[in-house]
Design a binder for this molecule. Structure first.
Ligand code: TXE
Length: 531
């Protein structure tokens, strides 16, 4: 690993991927040198990032295996991984420096910038992402193991988030409120100031886009802690921010471990709003830390999302969607449709047709661009195996499974998609998030039973309903406990404009659409008494 201090520092070069070893960027996103970030391209698509932080964490290539960075897991990781990149292991001191840089920006030029100008910068960022879409997709695919087509879709969604929030930046208005005689009352929507963003590894670009795009549009300065398992695309996206002219200190990225850099961000009293996407346990920890300094939080904590197929459903439309909702990103999707409830008269037909599709699915290396790539790391693979061995021990019937292609490296974290039928409603496969390509199916006799079963987990993120009956569509939309309900579709293709978030253990607060802009502002009421 080259020494950062010895490397040449050059102005940001916004050209696409450079030759091996070439320095492509030197990003000063802060007001002091701690946040200097060097991006160096090692090979065609491997990016090496270095800050002046001395203590490095070594990452493996999760196309092959485990990239978990816990120091005690390092040897095991290296024994199965190719060397891929090294990242700075951010400390509490780095987080503090980033927060101070962000504060200075929010109290300086950035805080004074007109909303329309913030929108223009976001628009330029969107264009830069679009221009570097293939490069970003390559980085994301190599870093997370997801098939290239998924990574390309993620890069397109990132650009779309920036585009949406670019257009929305100057349309965030307050109100005037009719009050007593002699008063004029109005509300102002003001940015929180410095917002913290803890991003998971499953969709780094998309989750960064929905969170940071909205926060910046609303006028905040951001400190971002990407996941240790996948953060390279975000470093490149940050370099694009610098290249399109975002002022210093507006966007700060601190790489590192969750328990260190992530915890330090949640603990930091200088964070005015915290946005977290990840597991319920870590979300609880983060929310408790934030509560200690009265910091509002948005939590998106995954789900166990049901789709209900009624006996009048259009099966030709429903079946491919039911399958895709669980295999996309190898099931590592917060809104994965991991449970399917089927009306009893259609149960065997639907299972037979699902089984046919599952048997044809193939998992393999990201570069092969198959239906599924590998899981993110060994820990995630073990988690899926634990669920499956419980299913086997408890006699849950296997209806079908896909295959892992022969040329996938034996030591890789691959998981063939699995279809399980007659899953008991109290089984952990029906109750808990697997975060892998495992679909649980059970029948129902009537609408009340379907609703009770769909609502009968601790989660409530997304739900899908397949029926032609209009009255039932509306009834179900109201009765289902979820942040989003889809009727005769699922996920609406991502839906940048559509508010997204959970109820119950799936979290609270809303991201995406205009709701996210409201979450990233605080409302001030101004009452003027003029007689
Ligand atoms: O999540 P964590 P993990 C679910 C999914 C998965 C499980 C575990 O079921 O199997 O969570 O995954 C940072 N203070 N989801 O362990 O720990 C961490 O560095 C502050 C669903 O990866 O929640 C990363 O950036 N931050 C989910 C982020 O939190 C901390 C996506 C998520 O990690 C921290 C991912 C701490 N103490 C997992 N500890 C979704 N909703 O889409 C860790 N982090």
């Amino acid at each position: 690993m080259p020494d950062t201090a010895a490397g040449p520092t050059v102005a940001v070069d916004d050209q696409s991927i450079a030759a091996a070893g070439e320095v492509v960027g030197f990003i000063d996103l802060g007001t002091n040198s701690v946040r200097l970030l060097l991006v160096r391209i090692l090979t065609d698509h491997a990016v090496e990032t270095i800050t002046e932080q001395k203590e490095m964490v070594r990452l493996g290539d999760n196309v092959y295996g485990d990239k978990v960075l816990r120091p005690d897991a390092m040897d095991r990781a290296l024994s199965v991984c190719r060397e891929f990149a090294e990242l700075a292991r951010g400390t509490a001191a780095d987080v503090d420096a980033a927060v101070r840089a962000a504060r200075a920006a929010s109290q300086g030029n950035w805080g004074r910038m007109a909303a329309a100008d913030r929108g223009r910068l976001l628009r330029r960022w969107a264009d830069a992402v679009e221009a570097h879409r293939d490069e970003l997709a390559q980085i994301e695919s190599q870093d997370t193991g997801k098939p290239l087509k998924q990574a390309r879709a993620d890069a397109a969604a990132l650009a779309r988030y920036f585009e949406f929030y670019a257009g929305a930046a100057d349309k965030l208005h307050g109100q005037t409120i009719p009050y007593a005689e002699g008063y004029t009352v109005l509300t102002l929507r003001e940015p929180h100031g410095v917002t913290g963003h803890i991003i998971p590894w499953n969709y780094p670009m998309q989750i960064f886009g929905r969170s940071v795009g909205a926060a910046l549009a609303a006028g905040n300065a951001c400190v971002v802690k990407p996941a240790e398992d996948a953060c390279l695309s975000l470093l490149r996206v940050a370099s694009l921010a610098a290249s399109v002219g975002f002022p210093p200190g507006v966007l700060n990225i601190v790489t590192g471990l969750g328990a260190e850099a992530g915890q330090a961000l949640a603990d930091h009293p200088g964070i005015d709003h915290l946005s977290f996407t990840g597991s319920p346990d870590t979300g609880r920890r983060v929310a408790i830390a934030a509560a200690a300094h009265h910091c509002p939080v948005t939590l998106e904590l995954g789900g166990k999302s049901p789709q209900i197929v009624f006996d009048d459903a259009d099966l030709d439309a429903a079946l491919p969607v039911l399958v895709n909702a669980i295999i996309q990103n190898a099931g590592q999707t917060c809104s994965a449709g991991s449970r399917v409830l089927v009306a009893a008269p259609l149960y065997e037909t639907v299972l037979e047709r699902l089984a046919e599709r599952f048997a044809a699915l193939r998992a393999g290396p990201a570069s092969m661009d198959l239906d599924l790539g590998p899981l993110i790391n060994r820990r995630q693979q073990q988690r899926v195996w634990d669920f499956l061995s419980d299913a086997q021990a408890d006699g849950v019937p296997l209806a079908a499974q896909g295959e892992i292609v022969d040329d996938a490296p034996a030591e890789g974290c691959y998981q063939a998609p699995v279809l399980l039928r007659d899953v008991p409603a109290d089984h952990r496969l029906w109750q808990d998030e697997v975060f892998g390509p495992v679909l649980a199916v059970r029948p129902f006799d009537d609408e009340d039973e379907a609703v009770a079963s769909a609502n009968g987990t601790k989660y409530g993120l997304v739900a899908g309903v397949w029926t032609r009956d209009g009255a039932r569509q509306l009834r179900l939309a109201r009765r289902l406990e979820a942040g989003q309900v889809f009727v005769n579709n699922y996920g609406a293709g991502g839906g940048v404009e559509l508010p997204f978030g959970g109820v119950k253990a799936s979290g609270h607060g809303r991201e995406k659409g205009f709701e996210a802009l409201y979450a990233f502002t605080r409302l001030k009421t101004v009452a003027l008494r003029h007689g």
